[in-house]
Design a protein around this ligand. Structure first.
Ligand code: CP
Length: 320
């Protein structure tokens, strides 16, 4: 089966999902991001790699971190950036997604960065866009959030170096989480020793072990001896029925507290893709504490998104 994300030479043309990408592709993204990561401390935070390219940021869902770090990443690569405000666009007058894309294509754009509530929206745009255009998935429904997963892998590699030695626990609303799905695929592709998911039964997908994880319904058992803890938000906006008693009860059974953190390795790092809900999935003192790398994750999003945008557009330029 052909992978829509790769061009004929096997280079990344779109970035839609971690699924189907090799360890070498993911490592190339991490290594390229490494080369961009020191730029934030420099006086001039720009390189001319994408000068003359036009990138459209098309978010049909709310965002703080992803949208702003994509904008900064594109600006630092010297691209021209247009962020569409969907609430004031013609979408609100009934224009279809395809018509929106066709109209933007007529303005000779080179890349779409898309967040959409419908799973597969990025694939749909990639299949229908003009051949010179790259599409990056910035989160589609419950399906995937691959750039978040890559910035998480970059952050883990900064602190822990070798995935083969690591036990990683992902805790919370696995069922509705596009972030968890992409993280699990990335961790397994990079050869992580053990990937655990910890959640009440109602927040785990059926047959979750088939994704290549060990499932735990007890946070105490699941946290024992792990190197990396990834907390997730309860995605109430995606819950169609009552899957939980109360937030208070959830925190009592699955919240990350100081006492529970001690069950992990003493040098374990604590991660969260954000937005965090203090006192629901994580105690404030841990979110702000010495083991937390939550804000480093946000900062790393710029270098990783620069890497993904430059690699995908570069493969398009080479193919012309
Ligand atoms: N992690 C993440 O996707 O955050 P935003 O929704 O703020 O972009």
């Amino acid at each position: 089966m052909t992978n829509l994300q790769l061009n004929k030479e096997g280079k990344l043309k779109h970035f839609l999902s971690i699924e189907g990408l090799s360890k070498e592709s993911l490592t190339e993204i991490l290594d390229t991001a490494e080369s961009f990561s020191s730029m934030s401390e420099q006086r001039v935070k720009k390189v001319p790699l994408l000068r003359g390219k036009t990138i459209v940021i098309l978010f049909f869902e709310n965002s703080t971190r992803t949208r702003t770090t994509f904008e900064l990443a594109a600006t630092r690569l010297s691209a021209d950036v247009l962020t569409m405000n969907i609430s004031t666009s013609a979408t609100s007058k009934g224009e279809s997604l395809l018509d929106t894309i066709r109209n933007l294509e007529a303005m000779h754009v080179d890349m779409f960065v898309v967040r959409h509530a419908i799973s597969g929206a990025g694939h749909f745009i990639a299949q229908n866009a003009a051949p010179h255009i790259s599409v990056i998935n910035a989160g589609d429904g419950q399906h995937a959030h691959p750039t978040q997963a890559m910035l998480d892998m970059f952050t883990i590699r900064q602190y822990k170096h070798d995935f083969k030695e690591l036990k990683v626990a992902i805790i919370g609303d696995i069922l509705h989480s596009r972030v968890a799905r992409s993280q699990i695929q990335a961790l397994n592709t990079l050869g992580t020793k053990e990937v655990r998911v910890i959640a009440p039964k109602t927040l785990l997908p059926a047959h979750v072990e088939s994704l290549g994880v060990k499932a735990f319904n007890s946070i105490e058992e699941g946290l024992a001896g792990v190197d990396v803890i990834i907390m997730l938000r309860l995605q109430k906006e995606r819950m169609t029925s009552a899957l939980l008693p109360t937030e208070r009860e959830y925190f009592k059974c699955f919240g990350l507290t100081e006492k529970r953190l001690k069950l992990a390795k003493s040098n374990a790092i604590v991660m969260h893709p954000g937005p965090i809900n203090r006192g629901v999935e994580i105690e404030s003192c841990i979110a702000d504490g010495p083991q937390s790398v939550i804000l480093q994750q946000v900062g790393n999003g710029i270098a990783v998104r620069m890497a993904i945008m430059s690699l995908t557009l570069q493969s398009n330029i080479e193919a012309l």
